[in-house]
Ligand binder design. Structure first.
Ligand code: IVH
Length: 666
């Protein structure tokens, strides 16, 4: 059995590397999942054979040592900067002079990623400690968090059947621009403070107390240097990088070996041109003397080596004046203040607008109309205002507050307690219509097959659909007249729309897209109030009297139904034939008042199905085990929660036992 486990771990790690390091997968996700499930099942049965490099061991484990100081065996140096061609020529001249007037030097050129420097220590091929750079001498232990990064091998690949006895890897951890934007979007939606740039987001993600949160952030890594090493022969930086590739350590594919300073200039220019289209932020290129013998000859200064330099790109900060501040309405109704500025060229791109994120951000930075400001651009990230130049204030500036009425539709805007965002909650607001309809037609809600974003875009742009109720008044000709719509497909969509009329009320409610009302809360509300009419009349207090309904949800629901526009939409949904069926009452309510916790992978039910079933039987599915838990249902690979249940003396059920209890099986 140990053999099979070992084979599975090796196979999975191989495919993991193909996917995350080489970006060239060989098998399907489904096949990977199948192998992973087999491994999980075996490891559960034979925990004594769990290997430290098992892909199941990325999240979890002890985290007592998180953020403990780690002294680097060799210091992590920093780099001197060169800001222009002249300074680079000077660096090359200095270097050649120090090397007995060498004629042309071989350099390795690498993109300089703007992330976070870390050190990974591998002993006999296994990742043992990972730490941040800190002050270069002492960093923080972030091993548990680094292990969650899928492109970091937990075990190196052997070269000629051998693993190096020791290897300190220096690398840059970073977050891509798209990932950064997505993370901030989510944070803005939930009213959390935004990260200023991908670098801060990467740092914040790595400095998480809960490795599960780090795991949910799509961090990536590029390895570029070494500290101590044993069991490897390395004579140049180029060999270091090629050896990294062979060991399964991820390196940047844009790295190049060049000869002479002219080639360095060319590389710098080429990267500058590519900068805007790269999926991550770079702030320059790093130029390193390739030969390690020459590196030794050149030596290091206190903080930086003489054999390498950062050849920076031109600053992406500029000063300009704020002409106006306007509010833009996003697809979910969030009002985003945007500064309109005197156009200015920032790092090669003309910038005339910068996001101010939300009112708190305006207040914090104290940006006023008429102010002179410093703006910056980071890759493709939306330009933003770094700071106000207070010394240039004249007294003519004007403070700005987000409007109390939506600039798109004129209805009142609200700012919910605990949220940074101010939003327009009018369902018919044209800026939001598309997103609303998409959400309404999506799987967990009305599940209208064929009504996807392309179709919705056309329908909204033509004015055929202004709110979710309009869907139920669509005529076949309207659909058939759209682009790429044959008669037959129009008919299919109409059938799907018709079919959706019989969805249960909780799905209609969820589909309306009320803030904080997810699928589960929608069911809780429908169970408590039975009809949309009763829910619409409920006061904040009545709502909060319901188990699981807090002040945030209560307020959001009251606000929603207070809007006459929203009430009209609901009225029209009814007229359009949406039945709003009550939830089926389950006979016995065997789990009435009981709280269950599901942990580990269930084999015959999805987590969601188990949860829905529990609720249908009057119970509640919670996420963590406490003294109030009545049963813990354990699937495959159940970890700490099962142990905690036993500790607290809470009955632990297998999946089979749960099925019996729920009346699914004899
Ligand atoms: S080499 C002795 N290579 O830049 C060499 N650094 O200012 C020291 N960085 O702390 C670093 N990409 O965080 C090197 N390809 C690269 C790099 C790189 C990004 C960062 C690194 C370092 C900082 C130095």
């Amino acid at each position: 059995m140990a053999d099979r486990i070992k084979t599975l771990v090796e196979t999975l790690n191989y495919h993991n590397r193909r996917y995350y390091v080489l970006d060239d997968p060989e098998i399907s996700d489904a096949e990977y999942d199948r192998l992973m499930r087999e491994l999980l099942a075996l490891e559960k049965k034979y925990p004594e054979y769990i290997l430290p490099e098992s892909p199941t061991q990325r999240v979890g484990g002890q985290r007592a040592d998180l953020f403990e100081p780690v002294t680097h065996a060799l210091p992590l140096l920093s780099l001197d900067n060169s800001l222009n061609e002249g300074e680079m020529i000077e660096f090359d001249r200095r270097t050649r002079r120090a090397l007995d007037n060498a004629k042309e030097i071989e350099y390795v050129c690498e993109p300089k990623l703007d992330g976070l420097a870390v050190e990974l220590v591998y002993e006999n091929g296994l990742l043992t400690v990972a730490s941040t750079r800190g002050d270069g001498l002492v960093g923080e232990n972030v091993t548990q968090n680094i292990r969650t990064i899928k492109s970091v091998p937990l075990k190196l690949s052997a070269i000629d059947n051998r693993l190096p006895e020791h290897l300190d890897v220096r690398a840059e951890v970073f977050l891509g621009i798209a990932e950064f934007n997505e993370l901030n979007k989510q944070r803005q939606e939930s009213g959390e403070p935004l990260f200023a740039n991908p670098r801060n987001a990467a740092a914040g993600s790595l400095r998480q107390l809960d490795p599960a949160i780090t795991a949910s952030r799509p961090l990536d890594i590029y390895c570029y240097g070494i500290g101590r090493y044993a069991g490897l022969a390395l004579a140049s930086q180029w060999e270091v990088l090629k050896t990294f590739d062979a060991l399964g350590l991820k390196t940047n594919p844009l790295i190049q070996r060049v000869v002479g300073i002219e080639q360095v200039q060319k590389y710098h220019q080429a990267m500058l041109e590519r900068r805007a289209s790269l999926p991550y932020d770079i702030d320059g290129v790093v130029v390193k003397v390739n030969d390690m013998g020459l590196q030794r000859q050149l030596g290091v200064k206190t903080k930086s080596p003489r054999w390498a330099i950062a050849y920076k790109f031109p600053a992406r900060q500029q000063t300009t004046q704020v002409i106006d501040i306007i509010a833009q309405v996003g697809r979910t109704g969030v009002l985003t203040p945007v500064a309109v500025m005197q156009p200015v060229n920032v790092g090669g791109v003309e910038v005339s607008r910068a996001t101010l994120h939300n009112q708190d951000e305006i207040d914090r930075k104290d940006v006023q109309i008429g102010d002179w400001v410093v703006v910056q651009r980071a890759g493709d990230v939306i330009p933003e205002i770094v700071k106000v130049i207070l010394s240039r204030r004249t007294g003519q500036e004007m403070k700005y507050s987000l409007p109390s009425r939506c600039p798109m539709c004129g209805s009142e805007t609200v700012r919910l307690e605990g949220e940074a965002a101010q939003r327009c909650i009018n369902l018919s607001c044209p800026a939001q219509v598309k997103e609303r309809i998409f959400h309404f037609a999506a799987k967990g809600a009305m599940d209208i097959e064929g009504l996807g974003d392309k179709l919705i875009d056309q329908l909204v742009e033509k004015g055929s659909v202004r709110d979710v109720a309009d869907i139920y008044f669509l005529r076949k000709e309207t659909l058939a007249n759209l682009q790429r719509m044959a008669d037959k497909s129009a008919e299919n969509v109409l059938n799907a729309i018709n079919e959706s009329k019989s969805r249960t009320l909780d799905r209609v409610l969820y589909g309306l897209g009320i803030r904080f009302v997810g699928e589960h809360i929608a069911r809780v509300l429908v169970r408590a109030f039975k009809s949309l009419e009763k829910l619409a009349e409920a006061s904040r207090e009545e709502l909060m009297a319901v188990h699981e309904i807090g002040p945030q949800v209560a307020e959001s629901v009251v606000d929603f139904f207070a809007s006459p526009e929203n009430r009209t939409v609901i009225e029209r949904l009814r007229r359009g034939g949406v039945e709003m069926r009550p939830l089926p009452e389950s006979g016995g309510k065997i789990l009435a008042g009981k709280t269950l916790v599901f942990t580990g992978a269930l084999q015959t039910l999805t987590r969601k199905e188990a949860q829905t079933l529990t609720e249908a039987l009057g119970g509640r599915a919670a996420s963590s085990v406490s003294a109030n838990t009545d049963y813990v249902v354990v699937g495959e690979d159940a970890g700490a929660k099962a142990a905690k249940a036993r500790e607290l003396g809470i009955p632990v059920l297998s999946e089979i036992e749960f099925r019996k209890l729920a009346g699914l099986d004899g």
